[in-house]
Design a protein around this ligand. Structure first.
Ligand SMILES: [Zn+2]
Ligand SMILES: [Zn+2]
Length: 257
């Protein structure tokens, strides 16, 4: 059996897991080791069971649990070379790659693509193939053609729907931060996410989960309704699409792949 489970998603911490018969891959290690361990135990797992820890990039909301978690696991660290160079902590022999490379983690084929984000070495992932595949892409200002080309191969998609542009514009963030979030290498808006989701569903993606929602500049109901609206506009059969939003320290039910 293969499954995916989001443990926490958002600017206060990101972590999820992709499990196959031969691999247990933690995707990002944000939040705390204690929290990640508690999520793993709900799945009948412990940190020692992890085979790999894969990082999307080196921002602290994706790596903060790494130093403590690494004490309890020999899981191999997997990340881009540029990400590795920015890590304040690393243990063991990492598997390093250039954004865009493909490789295998035990029985899981992995493909990557660079993501435009204000952190060198940022990338997104496609884990597995065909029905079992999971596209995982967060922390990107735009969905580039390369990202799109990779994500359309996914059966299940976890994609950033970071902010509502009006809420961000009228919200409390300082101007420089608003500008950063809206920029090409910032974060993906609900509208941009919804547009990509509708195109990707037309191209065969079957399930979509929205992630990395801003707690200040977004609400799950707004993000979900924007993507639902976009799907309705293309006449997608909503019955085939499981749409969900993942939140901060909001462990979701595992999705069987
Ligand atoms: Zn992030
Ligand atoms: Zn980031």
């Amino acid at each position: 059996m293969r499954y995916f489970c989001s443990f926490t998603s958002g600017s206060k911490g990101n972590s999820a897991i992709y499990v196959s018969p031969g691999a247990k891959i933690l995707i990002d290690a944000g939040s705390s080791a204690k929290y990640i361990t508690s999520c793993l135990s709900k799945l009948g797992l412990c940190p020692g069971d992890l085979t790999h820890i894969v990082l999307t990039h080196a921002h602290s909301d994706h790596i903060s649990a790494l130093p403590v978690l690494s004490k309890y696991t020999d899981a191999r660290l997997v990340c881009s070379e540029d990400t590795y160079d920015q890590l304040p902590f690393a243990k063991g022999e990492p598997l390093l790659f250039a954004e865009g490379d493909s490789f295998e983690l035990n029985d899981v084929a992995v493909q990557t693509a660079p993501t435009p984000h204000d952190c060198d070495g940022s990338c997104c992932y496609l884990f597995g193939e065909d029905e079992n595949s999971l596209g995982f892409c967060t922390d990107m200002g735009r969905v580039t053609e390369r990202i799109y080309g990779l994500m359309k191969k996914a059966s299940t998609l976890f994609i950033e729907s970071n902010h509502d542009v009006d809420m961000l514009a009228n919200g409390p963030y300082p101007y420089y931060l608003k500008k950063r979030i809206l920029s090409f290498d910032g974060h993906l808006s609900n509208a941009d996410c919804a547009y990509s989701v509708s195109r990707l569903v037309e191209d065969g993606v079957r399930r979509v989960m929205l992630g990395h929602l801003s707690e200040t500049n977004n609400r799950p109901d707004i993000a979900l309704s924007e993507s639902k609206k976009a799907l309705e506009q293309i006449g997608a059969d909503a019955g085939h699409i499981i749409l969900g939003a993942a939140g901060v320290r909001d462990m979701r039910a595992p999705v069987i792949l």
